[in-house]
Write a protein that binds this ligand. Structure first.
Ligand code: SAM
Length: 277
């Protein structure tokens, strides 16, 4: 029986390579890599020379037989993706399942993962979170976001730079201007940057910039938002006052603000009356 090891690699900073990652790559007879050229450079950086086999999204099924044959022959196969943890929005899970099914030994060497890095830097609650991968495109996006409106866990999304501005607008429409978000850019790299604030603020910020690099979006869950509102009733009042000043009817404004802050409509309506005095 052979051994399959999923080895995490840096998400942008080569100094994040660990001793265990290096040892796992060293002990492998073969390295399966999403991009052999990219991983070849990593091996070169570590002073290792290993046979490389391409293993990416579109040849995963085709390659499975070859990798299982290597394991059957008693070899140790290390699997790396372009960046971060294999199996997280990257190939790795299918071959691990197949290796387990055939009774091979499997292991994973931990390391960087963009979603965890973003979550801990976001400043948003980390106790409960849901990773949603890449946002769906086109017409599938609005109903998908609607289905997440009541989600209380902190939400994490991966996003491509050319879609960032539109996605932020869609989040603003779905979750309202006060929902807190952290846009995490170029994590662990030289130009790492975290923008924290309300969706209204962060949308405005990114409409004026040309998004470049890699991004993770971390959005506050519904409950966290409610807690924030309870701590800051001024934010609720301000939101309501803005809608009323914009000409919205008192009842409609109360309904909208109550939905965003998960408050009883009657309570928000009363706030509106107080504002009018
Ligand atoms: N397996 C990787 C991991 O462990 O995070 C994720 C691979 S997925 C194909 C690539 C996406 O991850 C990017 O589009 C971006 O959303 C996110 N990502 C990866 N590296 C990042 C970084 N250094 N900074 C911000 N986001 C990053």
């Amino acid at each position: 029986m052979g051994k399959l090891i999923l080895v995490a690699t840096p998400i942008g900073n080569l100094a994040d390579v660990s001793t265990r990652q290096t040892e796992a790559l060293q002990q492998a007879d073969l390295v399966a890599a999403e991009d052999t050229r990219h991983s070849g450079l990593l091996l070169q950086h570590l002073g290792l020379k290993k046979p490389l086999l391409s293993y990416y999204q579109h040849n995963e099924e085709k390659r499975e037989g070859r990798l299982l044959a290597e394991l059957q022959a008693g070899r140790t196969v290390a699997l790396v993706s372009d960046a971060g943890t294999p199996g997280i929005c990257d190939p790795g899970s299918a071959i691990l399942r197949a290796a387990v099914a055939e009774g091979h030994e499997v292991d994973a060497v931990p390391g960087p993962c963009a979603l965890i890095q973003a979550l801990i830097l976001s400043g948003l609650p980390t106790e409960r979170f849901a990773f949603e991968g890449f946002l769906p495109r086109g017409q599938a996006l609005p109903p998908y976001l609607e289905s997440l409106r009541q989600e209380q866990r902190t939400l994490i999304f991966y996003e491509a730079p050319h879609r960032l501005q539109n996605s932020l607008q869609m989040l603003l429409q779905a979750f309202g201007p006060e929902r807190q978000i952290a846009v995490c850019r170029e994590l662990t790299k030289k130009f790492q940057e975290i923008n924290r604030g309300s969706l209204a603020e962060i949308c405005a910020l990114w409409q004026e910039r040309q998004p470049k690099g890699e991004f993770v979006l971390v959005l506050a869950g519904a409950e966290a938002e409610q807690t924030a509102a309870a701590a800051e009733p001024a934010a609720v009042q301000e939101h309501l006052a803005r809608l009323l000043a914009g000409g919205m009817k008192h009842k409609a404004a109360a309904k909208e603000v109550a939905a965003i802050y998960k408050l009883p409509v009657s309570e928000v309506y009363q706030m509106g009356l107080a504002l009018k005095k």
